[in-house]
Design a protein around this ligand. Structure first.
Ligand code: CTP
Ligand code: ZN
Length: 151
């Protein structure tokens, strides 16, 4: 790793979330509740990337996430790369996987749905992972995951 090229400094231990679409940076912060952490979080937006043009990167020191937490990212940023850092080394790289169910992550697009009219959690069943289609557990409306608004 060439440190002269590193715009956001390396971390000793923690998680790097790489290849985030720039316009989804805030959503990643919200979903993983990074604003509530006490450890150091570094965010770089509009960084040049050979692979994807412009990207954002978030580095979270001293924090590892469960696969369940990380898989929530598939709703807003399915193509992110997660790097697990220990003692300055990348010890693992992984991708996120679309879960079978999305619990309380996004809102239902149907204004008449009970979840939009009562204080309750939303549940969606992912019925087509490939095309990114989910179905509301309550009103059964099918909707594209990428169009859904975060709850
Ligand atoms: N990284 C870090 N702290 C470290 C080691 C790595 O913040 N101690 C970050 C790097 O800045 C990079 C990511 O973790 O964003 C992955 O590191 P590495 O695999 O070395 O970089 P690349 O090969 O450039 O990764 P890719 O090909 O996925 O872009
Ligand atoms: Zn619904």
């Amino acid at each position: 790793m060439n440190n002269r090229k590193l715009l956001v400094s390396a971390i000793e231990n923690g998680t790097v979330i790489d290849h985030i679409p720039c316009d989804r940076t805030n959503d990643v912060v919200t979903l993983l509740k990074l604003h509530l952490l006490t450890s150091t979080v570094m965010i770089g937006i509009n960084l040049n990337s050979e692979k994807v043009g412009k990207k954002s990167i978030i580095k979270v020191a001293d924090r590892y996430f469960t696969d369940e937490e990380l898989n929530q990212l598939s709703v807003i940023a399915p193509d992110v790369t997660l790097c697990i850092i220990r003692n300055y080394e990348v010890v693992e790289k992984k991708r996120v996987e679309m879960p079978e169910e999305l619990c309380n992550i996004v809102k239902c697009a149907n204004p008449k749905c009970i979840t939009n009219n009562e204080p309750m959690r939303t549940i969606f069943h992912v019925i087509d992972k490939h095309q990114g289609i989910m179905k509301c557990h309550y009103c059964e409306k099918e909707q594209r995951i990428k169009d859904a608004k975060l709850k």
